[in-house]
Design a protein around this ligand. Structure first.
Ligand SMILES: Nc1ncnc2c1ncn2[C@@H]1O[C@H](COP(=O)(O)OP(=O)(O)OP(=O)(O)O)[C@@H](O)[C@H]1O
Length: 260
């Protein structure tokens, strides 16, 4: 379980998270929503053990994240930041293989099999022989996703694992957004992986995330079943924009309602 207990965080002298209490169960995809600057990336960085709370504690599977060695963290959780920089001229497969670096004990053929399966999940198989630096923004995003998926799946083979994704769908086209979230949901059901992903698309959260956490000005204003959290009234208040349900818009995806 990922547990935030009274977490507060100060950055640059400003309180950017306060009083965060939340629990994420294993085998779930949780969407993290909120306006720009609400604290989504900061909360993901706390969950990754990269930023230490000023107060409270964040634990994953009884591991106090801020006080855990980087090598141990790398074997338990994978983080995809909003922007990944890579300056070396690696092939796509080499970039994805980097996800296996914390696990030198995995036999080579197993790692290559895992790489193949995550390349399929991210629809990046056709890119394998390309140079990473020559790819488009969305293609790079899919390759970086494949890299952290290798890390998370390798971690999950040894115990509960955490996958933290900061706006994973930001540069993806609609088909790849849906493919990714459907794939992540399946993965989290099959393996002991908790996925926490920040999203700006409320409809994607309603369709694919069992749970949603809604942040506003550093506070968690609601957490629970997506359909209960993401109500028009609450979204209108948090995003300071009128929200309505409509029948006449084009919506990608299969014709089914939000997750019950
Ligand atoms: N490196 C930093 N140093 C100091 N303050 C920061 C830093 N990064 C972010 N902040 C501040 O922390 C607050 C929360 O930022 P954060 O990036 O967590 O928000 P977010 O919800 O992820 O926003 P967005 O939707 O724009 O990505 C903001 O007020 C931001 O200005």
């Amino acid at each position: 379980m990922l547990i935030f207990s009274h977490v507060s965080l100060i950055r640059d002298g400003r309180t950017v998270l306060s009083g965060i209490d939340a629990t994420a169960l294993p085998h779930g995809l949780i969407a993290l929503l909120g306006p720009n600057g609400a604290g989504k990336s900061s909360l993901l960085a706390v969950a990754a053990g990269e930023l230490a709370p000023a107060g409270g504690e964040c634990e994953f599977d009884q591991l106090p994240l801020a006080r855990t060695h980087a090598n141990t963290l790398a074997r338990r959780r994978a983080l995809l930041p909003q922007q990944s920089s890579l300056e070396f001229d690696f092939s796509v497969r080499e970039v994805v293989r980097l996800g296996g670096t914390p696990f030198p004990d995995i036999p080579g053929h197993e790692l290559e099999g895992l790489i193949d399966s995550v390349l399929q999940l991210t629809d990046a198989e056709s890119l394998t022989e390309r140079r990473y630096l020559n790819l488009s923004g969305g293609e790079r995003q899919r390759v970086q996703l494949a890299r952290v998926l290798v890390q998370a799946c390798a971690a999950a083979a040894q115990g509960p694992a955490l996958l933290l994704l900061d706006e994973p769908t930001a540069s993806l086209d609609p088909r790849h957004q849906h493919m990714l979230l459907a794939g992540l949901r399946e993965l989290a059901r099959k393996l002991p992986i908790t996925v926490l992903a920040s999203l700006h698309d409320v409809n994607l959260a309603l369709t694919y995330a069992e749970q949603s956490w809604l942040l506003y000005e550093g506070r968690l204003v609601a957490a629970g079943k997506s359909v209960d959290v993401l109500t028009p009234e609450r979204l209108a208040a948090v995003f300071q924009l009128p929200v309505r349900r409509v029948e006449d818009q084009l919506v990608f995806g299969l014709a089914r309602g939000p997750l019950a």
